[in-house]
Design a protein around this ligand. Structure first.
Ligand code: PLP
Length: 365
């Protein structure tokens, strides 16, 4: 049973739905009477093929992915795709545009600079310490660049795009690692959507790319096969041995999300949870502080500080941990606290955290 499970606020790998964990546990040794564990099955066998195909079918239904987009289940996570996106969309002599809103879009831009002749920073919130998102009206698109890259949710800084930016007929590429499936996705506004699954979806070890078909098939002569989205699509993401177990668990999560009402319902729950936490921060009379521009506050990652300073923060984090609130420490690059409240974090977890915060404040005001 749930027994001693903590409320896990980790940014990733992150908490998974308890019913999914229990289903895995039930099926782990003997998958539905097959006499084998999913961990042992050939990825080309009948049982596993059914698992893989259902996962894609359910994801397509859940998101509403148009037929002219391919779904790829890939090893290497989002970090690998920062490179492979470039190889699929641009020649080494081409350039691309990057909107820099935090640590992850910085990484994507740096990777782009290795893969491309130029990785243009066309807008940045660096001067605001990545607490906001530059207005799309101020982005300085580069003539002839091959794509525009954004990070739809910055896991460390806690800023999130609230609308898909209008980039005209340019190819928009979005890193959705930390808000994948947390709300509806307007797929047709993107060229490539990509992200690791280890936050909102499943265990670590896999990324999912949703790629517009006409953008595939133009890789460079020296592109590694594993980076080639067309090759991967033509082989149903089984050009080599795929991350079978992660794919299987992700499939269980897709089925659960469908059963729970889909992405609109998920968004509603995520808004409610985030409101509880931001409400507590804003209602603390300045005791807890959110550094993020209220317009762009993430529904997924909520960084906050204690106005009382670093010593008090340390005490807060130590007491929170002792009370069973796991991984609230902010990223080492920014300090403070951060609560990641992905899809699988129940509202009760956020409410419990908020009541701890109020109690801590009362005792340490
Ligand atoms: N992009 C974002 C927004 C992330 O939060 C992460 C976190 O790990 C990554 C990319 C890197 O993903 P991966 O570890 O799958 O390479």
């Amino acid at each position: 049973g749930a027994g001693n499970r903590l409320y896990n606020f980790s940014a990733g790998p992150a908490t998974l739905p308890l019913d999914v964990l229990e289903e895995i546990q039930r099926d782990l040794v003997d998958y539905k009477g097959s006499g084998m564990s999913v961990l042992e099955m050939s990825h080309r066998g009948k049982d596993y093929m059914a698992i893989a195909e259902k996962a894609e079918k359910d994801l397509r239904e859940l998101v509403g992915i148009p037929d002219n987009y391919k779904v790829l289940f890939l090893q290497g996570g989002a970090s690998t795709m920062m490179a492979s996106n470039c190889h699929n969309l641009a020649a080494a002599t081409d350039s691309a545009d990057f909107v820099v809103t935090g640590a992850w879009s910085v990484k994507a831009q740096k990777e782009g600079a290795k893969m491309l002749a130029k990785a243009n920073v066309i807008a940045s919130s660096k001067d605001q310490s990545f607490t906001t998102i530059p207005d799309v009206k101020d982005w300085k698109f580069t003539e002839g660049s091959k794509f525009v890259h954004i990070c739809s949710n910055e896991t460390i800084g806690g800023v999130e795009f609230k609308e898909v930016p209008d980039v005209g007929n340019r190819v928009l590429v979005a890193d959705m690692s930390s808000n994948y499936l947390s709300k509806p996705i307007e797929v047709e506004k993107y060229g490539i959507i990509y992200g690791g699954v280890q936050k909102n979806i499943g265990p670590a070890g896999m990324g999912i790319a949703i790629v517009r078909e006409d953008l595939m098939g133009n890789t460079r002569a020296d592109t590694p096969s594993m980076f080639d989205y067309k090759l991967m699509a033509d082989n149903d993401s089984m050009y080599n041995t795929p991350p079978c177990f992660t794919w299987y668990v992700s499939g269980l999560v897709f089925a659960k999300l469908l059963k729970d009402g889909g992405l609109k319902a998920m968004e509603q729950r995520n808004i409610e949870k985030a409101n509880v936490l931001y409400g507590a921060i804003d209602g603390s009379g300045g005791y807890y502080v959110s550094p993020v521009d209220t317009k762009y506050r993430s529904l997924m990652n909520v960084p906050f500080t204690l106005a009382g300073g670093e010593e008090l923060e340390k005490k807060f984090l130590a007491e929170a941990k002792a009370e069973g609130f796991e991984a609230l420490k902010g990223h080492r690059s920014v300090g403070g606290a951060r609560a990641s409240i992905y899809n699988a974090m129940p509202k009760e977890g956020v409410e419990a955290l908020v009541s701890f915060m109020k109690d801590f404040q009362a005792r340490n005001a």
